[in-house]
Design a protein around this ligand. Structure first.
Ligand code: TTP
Ligand code: CA
Length: 348
């Protein structure tokens, strides 16, 4: 297996820089205001200049303002980041055979069939980085590895604007610190550290029964599988059931201009319900006599909301051309949704 892990650098803050070039070169922090008092709330993320001053995700805004007098504080615009994330994920999805969206700014892509070896995978990753920069103006870090976890760890080590590869797998695994392993919390790390277990090489020296006594059976087998390089969880574009949204028109009609704003609303609302991106879209029309006509389309890549808006109009036109009745309700169904899944899945 060859997996790419793609992680957008200081995501929310980078988007703010992108949209407001005057922020470039200055420390920037994105704030989630709780609204209780003027500055109550926390920092969602910050760019690297602000991080150097000690301003990091999770810090209280009040505290951040104390230590960073010259820092530019901007309010979080989640919908905007979601939209941009969708577009980046759509680009990413074309580079592999399956994609797993892990969070708003992270995804795994299985490139085993697109790249015959690590060198080719590196080349693919390099092109993907350039593609995202050219099309969206954003910098990402990519990790290339023989499984999801190793790809994520090597990406983490190469942030920001980096490209990392696990070429010597055994050596790489030997040197992984427990604190670097995704899905392993502080508590587990402490328990192991107390017993002198710091790296995956140390883990390999243990018997699984003894490790299980310390950290529980599922965590023990997770760590063992990583240490012995048998971890092979697949990149899962887990198909959730179709998600849809229907709206009733103000009058029964066949006039596309009247229907357009309704279908746009249906697409937008269907998208806001899903945690991922669809590869399939259907437009469903409920006719004046309550009969149902639908037209759909499947793709090999994940659709952004914008693209889905365009496709939905095409499909609506097809319905109107193929049927003479007036439409009463219009809906959109999204299918083959690649949903985020986390490494915690392994633990359950
Ligand atoms: P991260 O991937 O943790 O961080 P990042 O993208 O800001 O920085 P980098 O990858 O370069 O280390 O988080 C992704 C986004 O999630 C981040 O831009 C903002 C958001 N986020 C929060 O809203 N609250 C938080 O506590 C964290 C950690 C992130
Ligand atoms: Ca990130």
């Amino acid at each position: 297996m060859i997996v790419l892990f793609v992680d957008i650098d200081y995501f929310f803050a980078q988007v703010e820089e992108l949209l407001n070039p005057s922020l470039k070169g200055k420390p920037v922090a994105v704030c989630v205001y709780s609204g209780r008092t003027k500055d109550s709330g926390a920092i969602a993320t910050s760019n690297y200049l602000a991080r150097r001053l000690g301003i990091k995700a999770g810090m209280a805004i009040v505290k951040a303002k104390e230590i960073g007098k010259d820092v530019i504080f901007v309010p979080m615009r989640k919908d905007l980041y979601k939209e941009i994330s969708d577009r980046v994920m759509s680009i990413v999805s074309t580079y592999g055979d399956s994609m797993e969206i892990a969070s708003i700014d992270e995804a795994y892509v299985d490139v085993s069939r697109k790249a015959r070896n690590l060198l080719e995978a590196m080349d693919l990753a390099k092109r993907l980085k350039e593609d995202i920069l050219r099309k969206e103006g954003l910098r990402v870090t990519i990790g290339v590895g023989p499984n999801k976890v190793l790809a994520k760890i090597v990406a983490e080590r190469n942030k920001p604007d980096g490209l990392g590869v696990v070429d010597n797998v055994t050596k790489f695994i030997d040197e992984i610190e427990i604190s670097e392993v995704p899905g392993v919390g502080k508590k587990t790390e402490e328990i192991l550290k107390e017993r002198g277990i710091k790296t995956l090489r140390d883990v390999r020296e243990l018997r699984i029964e003894d490790l299980a006594k310390l950290v529980g059976r599922s965590r023990a087998s997770y760590l063992m599988s990583l240490a012995f390089n048998t971890y092979n969880e697949q990149v899962k574009p887990r198909q959730v059931s179709h998600r849809g949204r229907y709206v009733t028109l103000t009058e029964n009609t066949r006039d596309i201009n009247v229907i357009l704003p309704f279908i746009k609303r249906a697409v937008d609302e269907a998208f806001s319900k899903i945690n991922g991106l669809p590869m399939e879209i259907y437009v469903v029309a409920i006719m004046e006599d309550l009969d149902i006509v639908s037209k759909g389309k499947s793709y090999k890549f994940a659709l952004t909301r914008e693209y889905a808006n365009v496709v939905s109009i095409e499909l609506l036109k097809k319905i109107i051309e193929s049927d003479r009745r007036k439409i009463r309700r219009i809906g959109v169904r999204l299918g083959k949704i690649s949903r985020s899944s986390t490494l915690e899945d392994f633990l359950h």
